[in-house]
Design a binder for this molecule. Structure first.
Ligand code: FES
Length: 212
């Protein structure tokens, strides 16, 4: 699919003080002359800061890493994880529509997005707070169907749990990432009890990841 930059662009981009410090620290991870390897983390940080990746952000990252702008543009337009136009201010729902998720009901999740957010993907809801898109496999097929918001995965969704997820976002709650059927990670569903003996019911592997 051809991915183009938004026709509406901000005048400029620069990292916040905190993110600039973080970006400079990233450069130290790579051997001298290989700093261009930091292009994906830096674009991701730009997206975390602004919600999407603008042309000025691409130019900023290119300048920061001493790379030709066209090479950063290639990366930003190749990976679907980078949003090339503004997304919902509260959440952008990336709904997996690949076969395992589709067989487990992702089409009904897309219907909900159309009804509650916008009939078209990549277009904002009426108040601009939410947007959605159908994406290819998110790599969480065992817990299909899966929806990604930012860095968080919401798994084992069905119509009811997805409606609740949207409602929670609407009302400024912070939905807990992870399985919606009590799985700790991706164990067989008939083994959730065994795992829940080790973990409290409010925990799952996604939360464990945050706690390190
Ligand atoms: S098919 Fe949906 S996560 Fe892989």
């Amino acid at each position: 699919m051809l991915r183009r930059l938004s026709v509406n662009q901000p005048e400029e981009f620069s990292f916040s003080k905190t993110n600039l410090k973080w970006a400079k620290a990233q450069l130290k991870k790579y051997p001298k002359g290989r700093q261009a390897s930091a292009v994906i983390p830096l674009l991701w940080k730009a997206q975390e800061q602004e919600g999407w990746v603008s042309k000025p952000a691409i130019e900023f990252v290119a300048n920061f890493l001493d790379m030709p702008e066209i090479r950063v543009l290639e990366v930003a337009t190749f990976y679907f994880m980078f949003h090339l136009k503004p997304v919902g201010s509260k959440a952008h729902f990336q709904v997996c529509g690949t076969t395992p998720c589709m067989l487990r009901g992702s089409e009904s999740l897309i219907d909900i997005c159309k009804a509650r957010i916008n009939g078209k993907q990549h277009a904002p809801s009426a108040d601009g707070s939410m947007s959605w898109e159908e994406v290819e496999c998110l790599g969480g097929c065992v817990n299909a169907p899966v929806v990604q918001i930012g860095s968080d995965y919401f798994e084992d969704l069905d119509k009811v749990s997805f409606e609740k997820l949207i409602s929670d976002v609407e009302s400024n709650k912070s939905p807990v990432p992870g399985s919606r059927v009590g799985r700790f990670s991706s164990e067989p569903s008939n083994m959730t009890k065994k795992y829940s003996r080790k973990k409290s019911s409010s925990e799952n592997a996604s939360i464990e990841r945050y706690r390190g």
